[in-house]
Design a protein around this ligand. Structure first.
Ligand code: MG
Length: 383
């Protein structure tokens, strides 16, 4: 029976992962979250992990009292989460932490030789070269959980050699503002931006979908996972979110993975790969949709896509600057402190004004993160 640690178990992907685990009868060795004591206590009582960890120290103290009648060990802080990521008895670490805070635990898990099921795309955007290099060295597999990357991974099933791949095509729903021009987005509210047409996700990623930064981050994630240059990854807006992404081969044959938009398919595949099992996800009936549409992404309006491509091509710490600037700007927008269009503008400005290190260590990434966040906070509201 597979033993799994889930980092970020109280979020949307974390809860759906526990759904899959419950169904497959896998065992849970550790659960971690940021600060949600109520949900993680409930999960801990059901799945009986050996360890739980909360990032927030006070919440962890609370949880310790709540779980005093069990043998579950309660840890805290980033160290506690890293400990849960590297437990002897764990086979696979599913990382569904939101944001670059997921980087350290991913590295800890790889160092400990754990297979990674990766939903935390920021890990690869911040330090793709370092993380993929370390995984190679340790012989650790990184299995994608993100729906697009799972689709590409599945579409690569028959691929014999990397040289057969001509292009990757990432599909994008386009988010709630597809078709709108810059001028129309000036005064959109947080509530408008949180109204995603197809996927039910956490607040940070839903805002990233509205700015299409999410697709830019995914392009970088795909570049690292599948070893492709940015100019060989295209983005196509596909409003129905039925085709989850495609691979074009040198003979111009294109292979895609389809399904209703439900994360439990990619989550389960990452946890059971290379095997497939039944799932409670609704069967796809193409006649329910009738028409599937495909349109170009508007990189003028959704400038984050272009910034991400440029940052990946620039290399070094540039993608870390883009991601950390976005994390901060996304948060400021959700707090009502900046306008929607300022998110992309601040990412662009940060890339222009913060110096890039070509070679970097993990420490450099954390310094870059602080610098980019500080830049965004200081510049916000000044445009
Ligand atoms: Mg995705």
């Amino acid at each position: 029976m597979k033993k799994i640690s889930i980092l970020g178990s109280t979020g949307s992907i974390g809860k759906q992962s526990l759904d899959v685990i419950r169904m497959r009868g896998f065992s849970v060795t550790a659960l971690t979250a940021n600060s949600n004591v109520g949900i993680i206590e409930e999960q801990a009582r059901e799945f009986k992990p050996k360890f739980v960890a909360l990032h927030d120290e006070n919440a962890a103290k609370d949880l310790k009292i709540k779980l005093a009648d069990t043998d579950i060990k309660v840890l805290s802080g980033i160290e506690g989460i890293c400990e849960c990521a590297s437990l002897e008895e764990t086979d696979t670490v599913l990382n569904s932490v939101v944001g670059m805070v997921g980087l350290k635990p991913t590295v800890a898990a790889i160092e400990a030789g754990k297979e990674i099921a990766l939903a935390n795309k920021e890990t690869l955007v911040e330090a793709g070269k370092l993380v993929t290099g370390l995984a190679k060295k340790k012989g650790v597999r990184i299995l994608p959980v993100d729906s697009e990357h799972s689709a590409i991974f599945q579409s690569l099933g028959g691929c014999v050699s990397h040289s057969e791949i001509k292009r990757l095509i990432l599909t994008a729903s386009g988010g709630p503002f597809f078709g709108k021009k810059r001028g129309e987005l000036k005064n959109v509210t947080v509530r408008d931006a949180l109204n995603h047409p197809n996927w039910s996700m956490g607040a940070k990623i839903t805002i990233d979908s509205a700015t299409m930064m999410n697709k830019g981050l995914e392009l970088i994630e795909a570049a690292w996972l599948f070893d492709m240059p940015a100019d060989k990854i295209d983005i196509v807006v596909h409003r129905q979110s039925i085709i989850h992404s495609l691979v074009e081969y040198v003979d111009n044959s294109v292979i895609a993975q389809l399904g209703v938009p439900d994360m439990r398919i990619p989550i389960q595949y990452a946890l059971t790969y290379p095997e497939r099992y039944e799932s409670p996800v609704k069967q796809l009936d193409l006649t329910d949709f009738g028409t599937l549409t495909f349109e170009k992404a508007d990189e003028e309006t959704f400038s984050c896509i272009k910034y991400c491509k440029d940052a990946f091509t620039r290399g070094g710490t540039a993608t870390a600057i883009a991601n950390s600037a976005n994390e901060e700007a996304n948060k400021l927008f959700r707090e009502g402190k900046i306008g929607f269009l300022e998110i992309g503008d601040l990412v662009g400005e940060a890339l222009e004004n913060i110096s890039v290190k070509d070679d970097y260590t993990l420490e450099d990434i954390f310094e870059t993160d602080i610098e980019a966040r500080k830049y965004v906070t200081e510049r916000s509201g000044k445009n």
